[in-house]
Design a protein around this ligand. Structure first.
Ligand code: DX5
Ligand code: ZN
Length: 227
């Protein structure tokens, strides 16, 4: 994967696929067009849905060389973060709303050489992450309430990305990347990229209908068309 921090990366969310055959599907994923695999961990507590945990992620890793982008939608991630670090993903993102100790967890993840991500729900003011930027490699702006794929994009996310992007620019020497997740498709991807997001999660638009590799090629073309 490119280390250029400005390069646009697309991260398809596998919960929008048929998870019962994800090992076989992963072998068809083309690393030339799929930059990351977005893994939505849901605990039925922080969000009203359940997906998979660290054992599943370790097994999935055997089926693909594409770097893993782990999004933890779990209460109190400090209790299980080490289990997720063991699978050595490219990134682990925790939610601001899920813990009282975000700086400590982010520092632990970063020290292990893993991209330390901090996510905020649409109802959390974007300013909430400003004091945590020194501990953060990536901020994930949710553009839907987390818990399910296939929800409509919330337009307010665009202004939130612009505001955060301007704040990150003001703090020279702190190259925090912005990820966006929820309801992204070929019609809105260019808007979030122009606003300052460089890592784009896509669930429905990647897996529902057509071939995943072809869908990703089209999304990337739309992402860079107007940016
Ligand atoms: C929502 C998840 C997202 C979701 C994306 O809680 O974090 O990653 O699966 O799927 P779409 O793009 O369909 O909203
Ligand atoms: Zn996600």
């Amino acid at each position: 994967m490119s280390t250029d921090r400005n390069k646009i990366l697309i991260s398809p969310s596998i919960i929008a696929s048929d998870l019962t055959t994800i090992g076989e599907q992963a072998r068809q994923f083309d690393p030339a067009v799929i930059d990351l695999l977005h893994l939505d961990v849901m605990d039925g507590n922080f969000v009203p849905n359940l997906t998979f945990g660290p054992g599943f992620i370790q097994d999935l890793k055997k089926h693909t060389s594409i770097p893993l982008d782990v999004h933890l939608m779990i209460e109190r991630p400090e209790r299980s973060i080490e289990q997720y670090m063991k699978s050595e993903p490219w990134a682990i993102t925790i939610h601001y709303e899920s813990t009282r100790f975000p700086a400590r967890i982010l520092s632990e993840v970063h020290r292990a050489g893993i991209t330390a991500g901090l996510s905020i729900n649409p109802a959390t003011p974007v300013e909430a992450v400003y004091d945590l930027l020194p501990y953060t490699d990536m901020v994930l702006i949710m553009s839907v309430d987390p818990g399910f794929y296939g929800q409509p994009f919330m337009d307010a996310a665009v202004g939130r990305i612009e505001k955060l992007s301007a704040t990150i620019r003001e703090r020279a020497g702190n190259p925090v990347r912005i990820q966006v997740d929820g309801g992204i498709n070929k019609d809105n991807i260019a808007r979030v990229v122009s606003a300052g997001a460089s890592i784009i999660v896509v669930g429905n638009a990647a897996f529902k209908g057509g071939d995943i590799n072809e869908n990703l090629r089209e999304l990337m073309a739309s992402a860079i068309k107007h940016s």
